[in-house]
Write a new protein. Structure first.
Length: 458
């Protein structure tokens, strides 16, 4: 009886501790990793590093000098040599460790064993990055960071950079317009495409940038950000008037570059290799970012007259995509589908959009439109995005690289408030003043809604 009482006294706290750990792992994975997962995975790595590397085929035959040293000192068994391990650096989401590859090894050998290393050391995922020739970094992620996105606190974007999402390896996904000037974002309804757009607008609203919008859904997506927009077109007719103004603005900027650098006035724009960033800061025009929401609305036509207008607008968008970067004009195109079936010029325009982000889509063809021509292996990953994870997407570029990302939740009210707070940064561009949206006055005391709206990403 005494033994049973003692067992119950000891087993109660142990069961409570185990239950608390299970709860923390399910509901607070970050805290669980820091308290439990980190020391356990570190101990596994230190105790099994050599044997795991040997099992993964990442060891090499020791050098003759090492063999002689072992025979002269210990006379022990001569074992294969694993890559030399650096210092283990813990993070809030996992571990980092650098490996110096042995002669004859390459980073692809380590990357091919990433899944084995994940199971051996008990972590969620292992990613391999080349630091320099002969040195790779293993990034061990302790838990699924995309289940509940928390952006890194120390990550700060610079000019024309927006920290818009988190990658699956726990690094921030940065939309850098200086590196990737034009982008395409595809996704079905409620896939998180609108959330991605909100983050871009809210991030750029804090910078000295002109924001221009074309939203042919009567402005329902971009109208809430009107205080920070320099121009807004809410139907194809207004878009047909706005795009020529942007083309004229681009041509004027090319003339400014020519005059400053002594280029002959008759030189074609295509032959100018410089850009506005070579101009003195006091003469440099402000960058312009053009957001096109539901691009298919610009392509759909019903009459012959609308078809002529469509062809003209598509040509103007292609010109902006081809020549706008040097003039500081960048495109961000969004839609549900974007293929050749939209009409003439669609494929040519898509080819100019370097950055690709594909959210959940309704069919494999839509994923191929976004990623098939730059990263074919990413198409299957985009098709596997579940509906219960809005904001999850596959991001790729023309280099062929791709990764899974997820945008954190940002309410429409918060994004609109950010644009109102930074409305004083709207630059003075006389050509765009006729298209400046009317900002309605805010009610002084608006009653709280009886039922709070459910947050849904669109």
């Amino acid at each position: 009886m005494t033994d049973l009482t003692t067992l119950l006294e000891v087993g109660g706290p142990v069961a409570a501790l185990g239950g608390g750990a299970a709860y923390a792992r399910a509901k607070h994975p970050g805290a669980y990793w820091s308290a439990v997962g980190l020391p356990i995975s570190t101990a596994r790595l230190l105790s099994s590093y050599g044997s795991v590397m040997e099992a993964c085929g990442l060891t090499v035959t020791p050098s003759r000098l090492r063999v002689l040293a072992v025979k002269a000192t210990t006379r022990g068994e001569i074992r294969p040599v694993p890559p030399r391990r650096g210092i283990i650096r813990p993070t809030t989401t996992g571990l980092r460790i650098r490996l110096r590859l042995a002669p004859g090894q390459e980073p692809a050998d380590v990357a091919a064993s990433a899944e084995r290393l994940r199971h051996a050391w008990g972590v969620h995922a292992v990613y391999v990055t080349t630091i320099k020739p002969g040195v790779v970094e293993l990034r061990l992620v302790g838990y699924d960071v995309l289940r509940e996105v928390r952006m890194p606190r120390k990550a700060v974007g610079r000019f024309l950079q927006v920290l818009v999402a988190l990658r699956e390896d726990a690094t921030p996904f940065v939309r850098d317009y200086r590196v990737v000037p034009h982008g395409l974002s595809l996704g079905a309804t409620l896939s998180g495409k609108s959330m991605y757009l909100r983050h871009l607008l809210a991030g750029l609203a804090r910078q000295s940038v002109a924001l221009v919008g074309i939203d042919c859904k009567r402005g329902v997506e971009l109208a809430p950000f009107a205080p920070r927009l320099s121009a807004l077109a809410t139907d194809p007719e207004q878009a047909a008037e706005l795009l020529p103004v942007l083309i004229k603005e681009m041509e004027d900027r090319y003339d400014l570059i020519k005059a400053r650098q002594g280029i002959a006035p008759g030189t074609p724009d295509e032959q100018i290799t410089s850009d506005i960033w070579g101009l003195p800061e006091q003469e440099r025009p402000v960058p312009v970012v053009l957001f096109v929401d539901e691009v298919a609305e610009l392509f759909l036509v019903a009459t012959k007259k609308e078809e002529e207008r469509r062809d003209e607008m598509v040509t103007q968008l292609i010109r902006l995509a081809q020549l706008g970067r040097a003039a500081g004009i960048y495109l961000e195109v969004c839609g549900q589908r974007f293929g050749a079936e939209l009409g003439k010029g669609a494929t040519m325009l898509r080819a100019q959009l370097t950055g690709r982000v594909c959210h959940r889509v309704n069919d494999e063809g839509s994923a191929k439109m976004a990623l098939g021509d730059i990263a074919p292996e990413a198409v299957s990953a985009a098709c596997a995005i579940p509906a219960e994870r809005p904001g999850l997407a596959v991001a790729g570029d023309t280099s062929g690289g791709w990764s899974r990302i997820r945008t954190p939740y940002l309410s429409l009210a918060d994004a609109a408030e950010t644009c109102r707070d930074w409305a004083h940064l709207v630059p003075d561009l006389p050509a765009l003043k006729p298209f400046r949206p009317t900002v309605p006055a805010q009610p002084v005391d608006s009653p709280a809604p009886a039922v709070k709206p459910r947050p849904v990403t669109g």
